[in-house]
Design a protein around this ligand. Structure first.
Ligand SMILES: Cc1cc2nc3c(=O)[nH]c(=O)nc-3n(C[C@H](O)[C@H](O)[C@H](O)COP(=O)(O)OP(=O)(O)OC[C@H]3O[C@@H](n4cnc5c(N)ncnc54)[C@H](O)[C@@H]3O)c2cc1C
Length: 416
């Protein structure tokens, strides 16, 4: 295709990565973002071999590896039994596989710096409200009533509540989470290379995810999260921080020193989740990528990775197509089965960890956990968490990234 005029709406991981890929293909790309200055939202997340593979394809693997913590194990105990009910080790798959936990700002900074270096313009304070096709191209409307066009392609990367996504069946999940970034020291008593969690039935869950230093030389941090019913956030705020810390202490007293600098409910951020999947993540001259195409609870920790994969799939599809409709069709093909599998798996796993169900946590603790430690089951689980259960880009070529260095790495390459 000859160079196209492309609008990217939204400066999250999906939009930033898509812009980089498309600009490198020679297209004229510009951003529209509602914030006054582009900024990251949220706390820590785990970049899996999939998301790292996309960053590696963008030439950004080295930068991101300097700004996070290698995660080799996801580990959780039930309270008060102390039973181990989650134990996923990346090493169950032969090779140097691992996750990289990062402060969300670290991922944002690396992508945003690359966008700036590439000279891709970002128009801020511009909330996109609608979009339509006019004279064979697509235009967007903004909150101030401005109509901007004419684009050969509009990329909707505005997240789960995008005004451009079609209305589809959406379930709003009962449980969300409170999040905070906290200082993390080597003598905190927590492993620096593991995500650790505690559960009481499925109604309480706390997690500590070391996220390393946001930039080289900065102090290491961890993301702390606490499961909370959507409807309980206002009451939690009214009750104050001391009462909440008592609750945390009852579930997991070892966490309390980590939470010392949290002095008011404003130091934590509530998040809630919606679950939906667009079966057709595109329309005329319009591609939905990332959370605007599929959103779910972060139980399997795939969201940002899926967003990065969508961006790469769109670029691969554009590279090989003769026109935009062909490219969009191919984009949907490339991501179809990976997206469906992980959306289904997230929906299936979430009630075991975040729900008011009383039977599922018993099944989790007594049946699923022992089964998951059997040979082969542990490797399958590691592969699921890594995002590698099915080819992430369908028939498109993709090389996941092995994060472990030197002699601990690479005995077996996985390449699709
Ligand atoms: C609490 C929590 C924990 C998570 N943990 C993980 C994890 O461990 N691992 C993982 O992979 N994923 C995790 N996720 C999911 C991950 O954060 C998302 O899947 C990912 O950020 C999606 O990226 P995106 O670019 O599609 O959308 P977003 O990151 O939501 O970015 C959307 C962008 O669009 C902009 N925007 C929105 N509306 C408009 C508008 N009208 N006009 C212009 N701009 C607009 C926003 O300001 C923003 O910049 C978590 C999510 C939450 C909420």
């Amino acid at each position: 295709m000859s160079p196209l005029k492309i609008a990217i709406c939204g400066c999250g991981p999906a939009g930033l990565a898509a812009a980089l890929f498309l600009a490198r293909q020679g297209h004229s790309v510009q951003f529209f973002e509602r914030f006054d200055a582009p900024r990251p939202v949220g706390s820590g997340l785990i970049l899996q071999p999939t998301g790292l593979g996309v960053l590696s394809a963008l030439g950004l693997a080295e930068e991101i590896m300097q700004r996070g913590a290698i995660i080799e194990r996801l580990f959780g105990r039930a309270h008060p039994s102390g039973r181990v009910v989650l134990d996923v080790r990346y090493a169950a798959m032969a090779g140097g596989w691992a996750g990289l936990a990062v402060h969300r700002a670290a991922l944002f900074d690396v992508l945003h710096e690359a966008v700036n270096t590439a000279g891709i313009p970002i128009r801020t304070s511009t909330a996109v409200t609608a979009s339509k096709v006019a004279l064979g191209r697509r235009e967007i409307a903004t909150e101030s009533g401005e109509i901007i066009g004419a684009f050969d392609l509009v990329v909707d990367a505005m997240g789960a509540r995008s005004p451009l996504r079609p209305q589809v069946a959406t379930s709003v999940l009962t449980y969300g989470a409170l999040w905070a970034n906290v200082p993390f020291t080597e003598n905190s008593g927590f492993a620096a290379n593991a995500l650790e969690q505690r559960y009481f039935h499925a109604s309480r869950m706390a997690g500590v995810l070391p996220t390393g230093a946001r930039e080289p030389g900065a102090a290491p941090q961890a993301a702390f999260f606490w499961s909370i019913r959507r409807g309980d956030v206002a009451r939690w705020r009214d009750n104050g921080i001391a009462r909440w810390k008592d609750e945390v202490g009852a579930l997991w007293p070892e966490c309390l020193p980590l939470l010392e600098h949290l002095r008011s409910p404003d130091d934590l951020t509530p998040a809630h989740y919606e679950h939906f999947t667009l079966l057709r993540p595109y329309d005329d001259h319009l591609a939905h990528v990332g959370d605007s195409a599929h959103s779910t609870s972060p139980q399997l920790g795939q969201g940002a990775n899926m967003a990065l994969l969508d961006a790469m799939a769109l670029a691969l599809a554009m590279e090989n197509a003769r026109n935009v409709p062909e490219a969009l069709n191919h984009y949907a093909d490339l991501r179809r089965w990976h997206v469906r599998l992980f959306q289904w798996a997230s929906a299936a796993f979430t009630p075991f960890y975040q729900s008011d169900n009383v039977i599922l946590p018993i099944v989790r603790d007594r049946i699923a956990a022992p089964l998951s430690r059997l040979p082969l089951a542990d490797a399958l689980l590691a592969r699921l968490v890594s995002g590698l259960t099915v080819p992430p880009l369908g028939s498109g070529r993709f090389v996941p990234f092995q994060a472990l260095p030197g002699d601990r790495a690479v005995t077996q390459q996985i390449s699709y």
